[in-house]
Design a protein around this ligand. Structure first.
Ligand SMILES: *[C@@H]1O[C@H](CO)[C@@H](O)[C@H](O)[C@H]1NC(C)=O
Ligand SMILES: *[C@@H]1O[C@H](CO)[C@@H](O)[C@H](O)[C@H]1NC(C)=O
Ligand SMILES: *[C@@H]1O[C@H](CO)[C@@H](O)[C@H](O)[C@H]1NC(C)=O
Length: 425
């Protein structure tokens, strides 16, 4: 049995299959049934100051009707060693699900992923993107999993008996196959003049005045994803030289075979920049959302009216259409982030996720970088979100004497529509 399709991956892929006797006494514990596979993305080449933002289609992934139990990833070099963030900053990776037409496969295997993700809202006829359950418009933030620099220290495991149901043959349209793609955005900051500035994608450091489609950026746009797209180059210290190198995203998938005891969870991604374009909150379409993905934190003292001059607090209020049980939550922030909370309509805390900053040299503990985000695992059934409940997302940053550009305030949650005891009654 092989999960590899490509020579390079075969040579590098390590596959653990932990197929022990299924646990007979309790469906609460899937420990013994969890399968784990480690795979590598295709290699991407980075030289000092350069940026790689690539899409890898049809990646190695579990096939069949399964429940995903966890997914995580990190950047490694050709020997499989973890690469520290101060050398290669992992801006983000995202895992996306799609259906691909079997017939189209034979004639057209190449298309421009950027058009798919950033310009057009829909895949071509041969590809159907399977988006998460919300909240943003179109294909924005519609990943199944998506993490950044904090990837090594962030728990993504889904508690029993929950799982993300995938590969259900009954759901795949006739003539299509379920596939997965990865987006990896990495910035090589070896030898750059301003490491934080490069990771915050400051346009001046990249000498960028137009986005990747040639559209001029507003002079007030100081930094963000529009200035650190694939193949851009951040300013180096004079005379700095180091060899290019080939890196990989090593990812670990955990899953179990789908069974009658598994309870499906839905994925929601909230973005603190999101605003609703409708006042009719009982009937919201995806297109009513307006997620900007990133925002700017102004320098301290720029606004004397602020209560707490050195903390930037950003909030948005978004309704959850249908009542659900909260199963798992985690925020995503960039350097400068000091925590994020999702509140219920009555002000109760649904989940607070705090960044953990590294304080050493080694990969996973890089000083000054966010190397992990804390997660919430409430007792199943203990945190309920009601029909139509308006949730408030709050994302806090410290603002120093300079602005932070391209920061994010994203909250990822897994929710269930039913509980174990309600199952199969
Ligand atoms: C920055 O871009 C401009 C216009 O493309 C170019 O003329 C200039 O040489 C660039 N500067 C550097 C330092 O690369
Ligand atoms: C964010 O800041 C607000 C306002 O100061 C505070 O009430 C809240 O507790 C902070 N949240 C986190 C997670 O730090
Ligand atoms: C990170 O490095 C610092 C300095 O060496 C050390 O004190 C700390 O224990 C390390 N943290 C972890 C989680 O390893």
């Amino acid at each position: 049995m092989s999960f590899a399709t490509n020579d390079m991956v075969i040579s590098m892929a390590i596959l653990f299959l932990v197929l022990l006797t299924p646990c007979s006494s309790s469906f609460w514990n899937t420990q013994n049934k969890i399968k784990t596979a480690v795979h590598y993305s295709p290699g991407f080449e980075l030289g000092p100051g350069s940026v790689s933002n690539r899409y890898y289609y049809d990646i190695e992934f579990p096939r069949g009707h399964v429940a995903l139990k966890g997914f995580n990833a990190e950047v490694v070099d050709e020997s499989g060693n973890s690469v520290p963030l101060y050398e290669t900053y992992l801006h983000h990776w995202g895992l996306y699900r799609y259906y691909e037409s079997k017939s189209k496969l034979l004639t057209d295997t190449r298309y421009d992923p950027h058009r798919v993700l950033h310009v057009s809202d829909s895949f071509s006829n041969s590809h159907i993107m399977i988006r998460n359950s919300g909240m943003c418009q179109g294909n924005i933030l519609r990943f199944y999993y998506g993490i950044g620099s904090e990837t090594r220290g962030t728990n993504t495991d889904i508690p029993d008996p929950f799982g993300i149901e995938i590969g259900n043959p009954a759901e795949v349209p006739e003539g299509y196959e379920e596939k997965w793609f990865l987006n990896v955005h990495a910035i090589d900051t070896r030898g750059v003049e301003d490491k934080l500035g490069c990771t915050e994608c400051r346009c001046d450091l990249y000498n960028v005045t137009m986005n990747e489609y040639g559209i001029p950026l507003s002079p007030s746009y100081e930094g963000g994803l529009n200035c650190c797209y694939d193949q851009t180059q951040c300013r180096l210290r004079k005379g700095f030289q180091a060899p290019k190198r080939t890196l990989y995203l090593r990812y670990i998938v955990k899953w179990i075979d789908w069974d009658e005891y598994a309870i499906p969870v839905k994925i929601y991604v909230f973005d603190v920049t999101d605003t609703l374009k409708t006042s009719d909150t009982s009937n919201i379409a995806s297109s009513d959302h307006d997620c900007l993905i990133e925002y700017k934190v102004d320098p301290c003292n720029s606004d004397p009216k602020k209560d707490d001059e050195c903390v930037d607090v950003k909030r948005t209020r978004l309704p959850m259409q249908k009542g659900v049980y909260f199963v798992y939550g985690v925020a995503h922030q960039h350097s400068g982030g000091i925590g994020s909370t999702l509140y219920g309509q009555d002000g109760r805390v649904i989940c607070t996720s705090m960044p953990n900053y590294g304080s050493g040299d080694e990969a996973g503990n890089e000083s000054g970088y966010i190397v992990g985000m804390s997660t919430c695992y409430p007792k199943p059934g203990s945190v309920k979100i009601f029909d139509g409940e308006k949730l408030t997302l709050e994302s806090n940053y410290t603002s120093s004497t300079r602005s932070h550009t391209g920061v994010m305030g994203i909250f990822y949650l897994l929710v269930a529509e039913q509980l174990p005891h309600e199952h199969r009654t």
